[in-house]
Design a protein around this ligand. Structure first.
Ligand code: AHR
Length: 323
């Protein structure tokens, strides 16, 4: 792609540079600058805001020209953005798929145009692994399992039923599917754990609040909220407090992400346990982009390393929290 600074030196000089400069990737227009097209999910959560910031800052630091689009949580918008990146002949396309299914056609178009693709944060369910070079992101099944492990231990002494309500992420999204299955697979070993209601809050604070209000109206005994992200847990906390109950005491709350807002609620004892999901993927993405375009072999899966926090651990970690 053309560097803006080159425009000033005149068309003839630009044409010379274009002719001489080797393109780094398939779609490069003649300079060594890499152009990366990134199709983001949206701005649904604190996690997503931190992820976007990380990608934008890392691209700048790495000297990569970033074209960025926000799909507002709609798959059709993301597909449009990917098609537009193909038309613009970017060097590489990266995206975090809103949902798992329905990507084969557009990714085949990218492959036919010789533009490599990197999945970040979320997976797709296509059996055709040649449609993308690598997948960088968390192990969402493990995150669900971590949530379940903590709950099993925390309720070790409980003799009666433990009634759980689940706030699911966006329907069909990898983190919603995997956090649901990872959690369910472990708690089913003990019959006292009952998931009495499970509904999507779309990973948003308002969604979490709305669904929790409905859960509280129709279920007189709720012992545990398992929220697939902090924003929904924070919305649920508002609904619980409005109903005159004490979050973290009357109702145990488990969440995923460990954003500053989530960690603050945990430090205050309103969230009892948080499984970390790290959004700071920018540096690794830029590194993988450069390697793929240089023809280097990259691992087909790069898993983000993460931890967990109970209330005391959240309090201790909060001052240094980066997102
Ligand atoms: O894909 C990662 C998930 O998407 C985060 O856990 C959630 O907060 C976000 O919206």
């Amino acid at each position: 792609m053309f560097k803006k600074s080159l425009v000033a030196v005149g068309l003839a000089a630009v044409l010379t540079l274009t002719a001489c400069g080797g393109s780094t990737g398939a779609g490069g227009g003649g300079s060594d600058e890499i152009t990366l097209g990134f199709a983001q999910v949206g701005a649904e959560s604190g996690w997503r805001t931190a992820n976007t910031k990380s990608i934008q800052e890392s691209a700048k630091t790495a000297g990569i020209n970033l074209k960025f689009s926000d799909a507002q949580q709609k798959q059709e918008n993301q597909i449009k953005a990917i098609r537009s990146y193909i038309q613009q002949k970017v060097d590489l396309i990266a995206f975090s798929p809103v949902v798992e299914s329905g990507w084969d056609t557009v990714l085949k178009e990218a492959k036919d145009a010789n533009i490599p693709v990197i999945l970040t944060d979320r997976a797709i369910d296509s059996p055709d692994k040649t449609l993308y070079k690598t997948f960088l992101g968390s192990d969402f099944v493990l995150e669900g399992q971590e949530a379940a492990k903590w709950l099993i231990k925390d309720k070790e002494a409980a003799t009666g039923d433990v009634n759980i309500v689940e706030l699911q992420g966006t329907t069909g999204a990898a983190p919603a599917n995997d956090r649901m299955s990872g959690f369910a697979d472990l708690i089913k070993a003990e019959s006292k754990f009952k998931i009495i209601a499970s509904q999507t809050g779309d990973f948003t604070r308002s969604g979490g609040k709305q669904v929790m209000e409905a859960f509280l109206k129709s279920n007189p005994k709720i012992d545990v909220v398992y929220a697939h992200n902090d924003d929904m847990a924070l919305g649920a906390i508002e609904a619980i407090e409005a109903a005159g109950k004490v979050p973290g005491k009357d109702i145990t709350i488990i969440s995923v992400d460990a954003t500053k807002d989530g960690m603050t609620a945990a430090a205050d004892g309103k969230i009892n346990f948080i499984v970390e999901c790290n959004p700071l993927l920018g540096d690794q993405l830029m590194d993988l982009t450069k390697k793929v375009l240089a023809g280097e072999t990259v691992p087909e899966r790069v898993v983000t390393v993460e931890t967990t926090f109970d209330s005391a651990q959240a309090k201790a970690a909060l001052p240094d929290r980066k997102y």
